[in-house]
Each structure stands twice: as C-alpha cells, then as structure tokens.
Write a protein that binds this ligand. Structure first.
Ligand code: ADP
Length: 164
C-alpha cells in the first residue's frame, strides 16, 4: 500500500527570508516528506517587499533543496493547511518571548481543526536573536548583514533601503 506523504506548511511573513527561517526549513524537511513555505499575503503590517518578491527570494534561497515548494496564501491558515492536505503547521521558536503568542495561535487553530498539528522547531542558537525587522534596520543604517541573510537577499535589501 502507498504511504500518504506527510506534508507540512511553514507559514510566515518572510519580509525578507533570513538564515533563521532557512534553519527551520532544513529541520522541517528532516521530519516531513514535503514542506510548503507559505507567504502570508494579508499582513497587518505593511511589508517592505510585495508577496511576489518575498516568494522569489525564498525560492532563490532554497534552490538546491528537494521536497520544498513556495507559494503565497490569503485567508485562514487552518483552512489553507487543510486544502493542501497538510498534517502539520511548522512554527519556529527563538526565545520564551515567542511562546505566548505562538501557544495561543496553536490552540486557536486546534480548536478550529484538531486534525492539523502545530509543530514548534527550535532554531539554532546562533539565530535566536534574529528577525526580519532587525535585518531591515541594520541595512537601513549601513550595517553588515552577511551572517543573517543570503547574499541575494542582502542585495535586494540594499536596493530598497540604502539612500543613494
Ligand atoms: P510571522 O509574521 O508569521 O511571525 P515571520 O516571517 O516573522 O512571520 O516568521 C515566520 C516563522 O519563522 C515564525 O514561526 C517565527 O517564529 C519563525 N522565525 C522567524 N525568525 C526566526 C529565527 N531567527 N529562527 C527561527 N525561527 C524564526
């Protein structure tokens, strides 16, 4: 009998993708047959990069990774996950400060649909203080972000943020 592939969704703003996100994706692919990196379209905060740019940067960062796809989505995450036949939603945890909000979201999603499990993965400690906002701020102020994002992402950030 054919085994049903285990699919996970990794949702987020990815404005832009950082090495912390990539670390989580690499860990997720060890656990699932397919990981769908899903860029949220309806952000309350207005993003620096539009959804097409965010998807493109993720694709470029994951060029040589098998079993990963990238798309954007709108609406309720749990409905989208079910539509994709995903059994899990992946979220990254950096510090205790992430926990409260993530715990609340996971419980709400479980209340809506108990058949999709939220899985928390811990990032490598070297990325534990990293987020997209800090990277944007650093580039804006002329800081070096080579350790935090792939080179092509740094170039795009500089194009958008550096005063010419
Ligand atoms: P969102 O707006 O949904 O939080 P983000 O792009 O900020 O979108 O983050 C997407 C997911 O990646 C979240 O689960 C977040 O905790 C996780 N994440 C963000 N940065 C890191 C990092 N440096 N290490 C591990 N996980 C991270």
């Amino acid at each position: 009998m054919e085994k049903t592939p285990k699919i996970a969704i990794y949702p987020g703003s990815f404005d832009p993708i950082t090495n912390g996100h990539i670390d989580i994706i690499k860990r997720a692919i060890m656990l699932f047959d397919q990981v769908i990196v899903s860029v949220t379209r309806n952000l309350s905060k207005s993003p620096l990069f539009d959804e097409t740019e965010r998807v493109q940067m993720i694709r470029e960062s994951l060029n040589d990774f098998p079993h990963i796809s990238v798309e954007s989505f709108d609406g309720l995450l749990i409905d989208y996950a079910r539509e994709k036949q995903a059994s899990a939603i992946i979220r990254g945890l950096r510090a205790v400060s992430d926990f409260e909000y993530e715990f609340q979201m996971a419980l709400v999603n479980r209340k809506l649909h108990d058949d999709v499990v939220t899985v928390f993965l811990m990032t490598h400690d070297k990325y534990s203080y990293l987020n997209s906002s800090i990277v944007k701020e650093l580039v804006r102020l002329g800081g070096d972000v080579d350790f935090f994002v792939p080179a092509h992402v740094r170039t795009r950030l500089e194009e958008k943020l550096r005063v010419k």
